[in-house]
Design a binder for this molecule. Structure first.
Ligand code: MEV
Length: 305
């Protein structure tokens, strides 16, 4: 049995705008999905969602991965076990992580010879099959790790301060939210296009700030990004609650991360107040996770279990 893992991610800037080719800065975080694979007589997929065969409703990403990998290897039967620290549909990139880790585990088990670039590309193809209009951000960052500027795929320095994630525990559908933004954009192009372009500009400004470690200024821009995300309809009362709870208790910044609607917000904090901010998020009804970014993308965890 081979086990691979891939990380989730948070956006400092640029979700939604990145779908239209704007710049975004996204970081891999030390919360992982582990996928174990072994040869079997039939196709079995096991996760917290249930135990199925090929099933595009319950396990869409992994089912498409198996079908795609059948193009590279003679995969007749396979048992796949998924264990994740990433809540599903929360904006932390759970679908990208399970897709990337499954591709890499099958790649190694069947000796398909896919490079990391191939894994990222294949994972993006699969996200598009399931989600429709998906940018390559989540799958690329989950494969390569680090802090990445998209669309150039340029690695920036790691963010050297604690990252606190607040989960509303409200499921959000990326496909639906991306569709809502597309609709708003076609209804009011002269309003929405400049908003998306302004979001993109924040990443351009932030690139040198990341290199300087100027988290206070990055934080100001993240807070502006939050306002612009709200303006395009991807906020929610629950998310705003957590965002203000974090800011009012001293976070450097707090904004939605990922598709929004529900799911998670992210706060940058100072070294000495991450715990306080996590508590404030919990008191406001969210689930808080203190994490950090990671240079490591998809990795082999074990060859035997
Ligand atoms: C979802 O994590 C991020 C979005 O920008 C969609 C995408 O990039 O595919 C909302």
């Amino acid at each position: 049995m081979i086990t691979c893992s891939a990380p989730g991610k948070v956006y400092l800037f640029g979700e939604h705008a990145v779908v239209y080719g704007e710049n975004a800065i996204c970081c891999a975080v030390e919360l992982r999905t582990k996928v174990s694979v072994e040869k079997s007589n039939e196709i079995i997929i096991e996760s917290a969602l249930g135990c199925t065969g090929l099933d595009h409703k319950i396990h869409p990403y992994v089912s498409y991965v198996i079908e795609k990998m059948q193009q590279f290897a003679d995969i007749k039967g396979i048992r796949i076990i998924i264990k994740s620290e990433l809540p599903i549909g929360s904006g932390l990139g759970s679908s990208a992580a399970v897709t990337v880790a499954s591709i890499q585990a099958l790649n190694l088990l069947f000796d398909c010879g896919l490079s990391q670039e191939d894994v990222a590309k294949t994972a993006h193809e699969i996200e598009r099959m399931v989600q429709g209009n998906a940018s390559p951000t989540d799958t690329y960052v989950s494969t390569m790790g680090g802090v990445v500027m998209i669309p150039l795929k340029k690695k920036l320095d790691l963010i050297d301060c604690p990252i606190v994630v607040g989960n509303t525990n409200k499921f959000s559908s990326t496909k639906e939210l991306v569709g809502n933004v597309a609709k708003l954009k076609s209804e009011f192009p002269c309003i929405v296009e400049p908003i998306l372009s302004n979001i993109g500009q924040m990443s351009v400004l932030a690139e040198s700030l990341v290199a300087q470690g100027d988290y206070e200024t990055i934080g100001k821009l993240m807070n502006i990004n939050q306002g612009l995300l709200d303006s395009i309809g991807v906020g929610s009362a629950e998310l705003s609650n957590l965002v203000y709870a974090a800011r009012n208790s001293g976070a450097i910044s707090a904004k939605i991360t990922g598709a929004g609607g529900g799911g998670c917000m992210v706060a940058l904090t100072r070294e000495d107040n991450a715990e306080d901010i996590a508590k404030a998020i919990e008191n406001a009804g969210g689930e808080a996770i203190i994490t950090k970014n990671t240079e490591e993308g998809v990795r082999l965890e074990s060859l035997h279990g």
